[in-house]
Design a protein. Structure first.
Length: 217
């Protein structure tokens, strides 16, 4: 057995003997958010399997729970999201070329209210609206930043994925509603936009997208 493994086991045993509780991963300073999600998944009835999680008899690979779902949208979005634009809710993976807007990740960065009306060629947003209770109001605000003839690209978790369903107690901690492709398209057309492309999915990231164009007024 390697020496460092022996020393580690001795330290763990010593802590147990003297009664100290082990330090949880999420208790370490600057721990990744993934540690918290891991604990939440265990606490809400998800069973850990090699390479992912099982929920109600279905397996979901780890890449669905570690962030970065937007990578599934970058290729189709590149056709519509060109020139000057913003990525709302960008997290750690902003759309290439876009100005990221995300107060949690960039507290000193650009704020949505600082973006002038009708100033952007596009708005890109991925896995963000499901975290907003008044998501229709948020979409209306997003659209206000787009130039006439500009585009909004919306990427959202697909309802077929059990991880994203509201009956899943894990998601109830983070999501306000379950996006449906038809519901999102109807909301965009009701705001006077034209649907120019969509993929009802689910894709590799168990997600779908809708692209809409702001018409001339």
């Amino acid at each position: 057995m390697p020496k460092f493994n022996i020393l580690r086991r001795i330290k763990v045993l010593a802590r147990r003997i003297i009664g100290d509780a082990p330090t949880l991963l999420e208790e370490y300073p600057h721990c990744p958010g993934l540690f918290h999600f891991y604990r939440d998944l265990l606490a809400t009835g998800h069973e850990r399997k090699p390479g992912g999680w099982e929920w109600k008899g279905k397996f979901y690979p780890d890449y669905l729970t570690v962030g970065g779902a937007c990578f599934g949208a970058f290729r189709p979005a590149s056709e519509w999201c060109r020139r000057e634009g913003i990525d709302i809710g960008a997290g750690g993976w902003p759309f290439p070329g876009a100005k990221p807007i995300d107060p949690l990740w960039y507290p000193d960065g650009l704020k949505l209210e600082q973006v002038p009306p009708s100033s952007q060629d596009y708005v890109f947003t991925s896995h963000t609206l499901e975290h907003i209770e008044d998501w229709r109001g948020a979409v209306r605000e997003f659209i206000s930043k787009i130039k006439p003839q500009g585009f909004i690209f919306i990427y959202l978790p697909h309802p077929d994925c059990g991880l994203w369903r509201m009956e899943n107690p894990f998601m109830r901690r983070y999501h306000y509603w379950v996006p449906e492709p038809s519901l999102v398209k109807k909301a965009l057309t009701s705001l006077g936009l034209e649907i120019v492309a969509y993929d009802d999915g689910p894709d590799i990231m168990m997600s779908f997208y809708v692209v809409a164009q702001k018409l001339m007024r």
